[in-house]
Design a binder for this molecule. Structure first.
Ligand code: A3P
Length: 325
């Protein structure tokens, strides 16, 4: 049930090659106070994005970088493709000319007009804050699957990814990265320092707080990386039910099998090109224990308490189970 991935691989490969010739301080730009990689995003594209006409049958995945968006994205794309095949709409979903880069904020200024002409169902991934999504997403009641992961593993995964992926600034030490990950406000720093002390796509704690405002919305379903790790079959079933994708047990089981870490890693050259070997790293829970020192544990525990503990998303994260040292 593979969708064409040629465009995905082309875009990522070109961005990685371009970034290889750039200095560290040229890799990011700031838009509305948040940093993004210049090789895949631009202010013009952000402005053009407002013309996207969201639909109530869109399948949207929202997740902060490194929370498992490629994994859950594969599950969603596979659910839709399996359903379309069953309904014999296979040509439309496998047409390479219709393929768009799955992350909403990555592309060219013509992307959204092309997307407006795509047949349903469109599968869209995004790392953006809710306020930075096109207004039509909420106006037109598109359904959103919100994926969250425990913040210590997100930071750990982000650190390794930043040091492997040329489009992102790398860090000499984990301690340097930790400072950047924990820094929230850009305004107090000079431009050069911002680039060093903030991570792209903004602070994760801010991301959780902002999305928490939508956590009770009937068109938003929240799922955690950890619950999906514990029981992928149940997660896939619940996701399909939320989007109204009706499949047999056997068809659902196929989606479950194709989304195992091992299966995705083995397939990754075909699905993700050179990025695959960087992206599919460990795919587990609690790798943070290999990096966090006592002081960093305390700082993150405190930030969690201040920003998100006690909220719906905070409780969903089961911090005491997955993040206590
Ligand atoms: P690690 O770096 O901890 O291994 P994203 O896709 O949002 O960038 O997230 C990447 C993280 O999801 C990586 O975490 C990656 O290994 C993990 N991941 C990718 N596919 C997965 C799968 N099928 N099962 C579990 N984790 C997966």
């Amino acid at each position: 049930m593979e969708k064409p991935r040629k465009k995905f691989i082309d875009v990522v490969d070109k961005a990685m090659v371009a970034a290889n010739t750039m200095d560290r301080d040229e890799l990011l730009f700031s838009y509305k106070g948040i940093l993004y990689p210049v090789t895949v995003c631009s202010p013009e594209v952000f402005k053009a994005m407002e013309s996207l006409e969201a639909r109530s049958d869109d399948v949207i995945l929202a997740g902060y970088p490194k929370s498992g968006t490629n994994w859950v994205g594969q599950i969603l794309s596979d659910l839709v493709a399996t359903f379309e095949k069953k309904m014999q709409n296979e040509e439309s979903i496998n047409d390479e000319d219709l393929e768009e880069f799955p992350y909403l904020e990555v592309g060219d200024t013509g992307k959204y007009e092309r997307m407006n002409k795509l047949p349903s169902r469109r599968v869209i991934f995004t790392h953006l804050l809710p306020d930075n999504l096109p207004r039509s997403v909420f106006q037109n009641k598109a359904k959103i699957l919100l994926l969250i992961r425990n913040p210590k593993d997100v930071a750990t995964s982000f650190y390794h990814f930043s040091n492997g992926m040329s489009v992102l600034p790398s860090y000499e030490t984990w301690d340097d990265f930790f400072i950047a990950f924990m820094t929230e406000k850009s305004t107090v720093y000079s431009f050069m320092i911002i680039l060093f002390y903030l991570v792209p796509w903004g602070s994760y704690f801010n991301y959780l707080s902002e999305w928490n405002k939508y956590a009770e919305d009937e068109n938003v379903m929240t799922i955690t990386y950890e619950e999906l790790k514990e029981n992928r079959a149940l997660g896939v079933k619940n996701i399909a039910a939320f989007f109204g994708i009706s499949l047999t047990e056997e068809e659902l089981q196929g989606v479950v099998e194709r989304s195992s870490f091992q299966s995705m890693k083995e397939n990754s050259l075909k699905t993700h090109g050179a990025l695959g070997s960087i992206l599919f790293r460990k795919g587990g829970v609690s790798d943070w224990k290999s990096l966090f020192n006592e002081d960093q544990n305390e700082k993150m525990d405190k930030a969690f308490e201040e920003h998100i503990a006690g909220t719906k998303l905070g409780m969903k994260l089961k911090y005491d189970v997955y993040c206590r040292a």
